[in-house]
Design a protein around this ligand. Sequence first.
Ligand code: ING
Length: 308
Amino acid sequence: MSRIVTVGAAQMGPIQREHSRADAVKRLIALLEQGARHGCDLVVFPELALTTFFPRWFVDDISEADHWYEREMPSRETQPLFDAARKLGLGFSLGYAEYTKDGHRFNTQILVERDGSIVGRYHKVHIPGHEHHEPDRPFQHAERYYFEPGPEGFGVWKAFGGRVGMMICNDRRWPESYRVMGLKGVELILCGYNTPIHYVPDPSQDILQGFHNALVMQSGAYQNGTWVVGVAKGGVEEGVDSLGQSAIIAPSGQIVAQAFTSGDELLVARCDLDWCLKYKETLFDFERYRRPEVYGPITAQRGVVLDD
Ligand code: ING
């Protein structure tokens, strides 16, 4: 009997600075309800789905940014989302800024099962952008100021009848993200993102943002025999145009659903987890074909070491 998970990628349009958490939660619930109407088992929301992408601004006193973080999950403002999901009988994955009880600031994504329990929590590993204020930029991308890199690495959780992993935004550009989860048997990777189209360090990449977005997720899916669900917060948010193009990608690397807009939009696909075996048991039979004995530099080095 095939293991089909009906997944909804719930893309969001912009969340402006003046929008409250309640405003965001209302939009998330509307997308959940749409997912329920389409028979979804699981609805995936973007990175930082409760607030605007606040790392686009720099504040010298980081405590002035504390209000962008969640101290508890669910909180009073997010409890309605959990209640709605439970009532509708579906699970969800949610990205938000987390301020932990012991004072750590993480860019976090959680996995919530259909009974409302949080079964997985991921802290973003690859933190892009910069640590210090760069006043000459048209907008900041100061994620390395606002978030610590997650120390736990990548997890895979048994949920929704399969093995589910999570990554966040910049993580999708690094093959190591997929491979670590691939080596843990992942069958469905959930990834929210906030990607400004204008890439300040090299504007020539702007026109390639959509291509690179699809390229990395399609490659990661195929090379690890897993489904990948990429979900954007897109559109013009506080003057910064962000990529939409959310997509659901099969283990073959094929895009089976893609967003048409850069606003709130649900795309749905029936993901047969057994399709993963077509690749995991043939081309990408890791046990049979991988050669870790020659892969040493991948974990021994951070940057390039020239042999000459
Ligand atoms: N954002 C971006 C991402 O990796 C970025 C950073 C922007 C990279 C533009 C390249 C181009 O998609 C986050 N939040 O990681």
